[in-house]
Design a protein around this ligand. Structure first.
Ligand code: PEP
Length: 257
């Protein structure tokens, strides 16, 4: 059974104090429970403080990006080793905003994934199609290209450290959510892709999160889909009032799937 995984991507939001309060509220809710994996991904400058606010809870800490080199003259970049040193467990890679605004290509994402795996941290690897690509029936071709490029050269053993987030770009931050059927269909495609590229064991083990306007009122239905193993949440991860019900929905689903 795949343990549901709910992660909050705070993007370039919150203040230091607000982030600490939010993290403390999530930690208080989750405590040491491991029914569902929960992680928060604050902006880089807040990682250390948020880590402290998470205390001894089981809530994981994720970074929203990393660079592939270990160190050197890369102004403005952050190495995976640095993230590991301050207690990060996860790195989000391939987010559509990185692809769209910062030129992250499949090849670059692949190098970053390898760098994260080399430090033995977990990867949340985002894939997903644009609206025009969905409308022209390119969804599966786009997912195939992103998965093939992002996971190039990565062997089956390393897939244990990778979570895939299916995030249709047209649903991110728009308030438009993929229907449960649309999400399930894309997740099933990804799982079948993993079975072909690796083997059934890898396909059965890799968690596939859905991301795109997940909210308290749609989480349960999305998370109940057989191949939806959690959520990567943007906007609704920014307040405890909105994020905690999503965690609770995942806990309920974990008990019934
Ligand atoms: C995201 O950016 O990963 C995301 C899913 O955002 P939102 O939940 O705001 O659509």
């Amino acid at each position: 059974m795949r343990r549901p995984f709910v992660a909050g991507n705070w993007k370039m939001n919150t203040t230091l104090a607000g982030g600490q309060q939010l993290a403390a509220a999530i930690a208080a809710e989750v405590g040491s429970s491991t029914t569902v994996d929960v992680a928060v991904c604050p902006p880089f400058p807040y990682l250390t403080a948020v880590k402290q606010s998470l205390g001894s809870s089981s809530v994981g800490l994720g970074a929203q990006n990393a660079y592939f080199a270990k160190s050197g003259a890369f102004t403005g970049e952050v190495a995976v080793g640095m993230l590991k040193e301050i207690g990060c467990n996860w790195v989000v890679l391939g987010h559509s905003e990185r692809r769209q605004f910062f030129g992250d290509t499949d090849e670059l994402i692949n190098k970053k994934i390898n760098a994260v795996l080399a430090e033995e941290l977990g990867v949340i690897f985002c894939v997903g199609e644009l609206l025009a690509e969905r409308q022209s029936n390119q969804t599966e071709a786009v997912l195939d290209k992103q998965l093939t490029g992002g996971l190039a050269g990565i062997d089956a053993a390393h897939m244990a450290k990778i979570v895939i987030a299916y995030e249709p770009v047209w649903a991110i931050g728009t308030g438009v959510t993929a229907s449960p059927a649309q999400a399930e269909s894309a997740h099933l495609f990804i799982r079948q892709w993993l079975a072909k590229r690796y083997n059934q064991g890898v396909a059965d083990g890799v968690r596939i999160q859905y991301g795109g306007s997940v909210k308290a009122d749609n989480a349960q239905e999305l998370l109940s889909q057989p191949n939806v193993d959690g959520a990567l949440v943007g906007g609704a991860s920014l307040t405890a009032e909105q994020f905690l019900p999503i965690i609770r929905a995942a806990v309920q689903v974990a008990g019934s799937k």
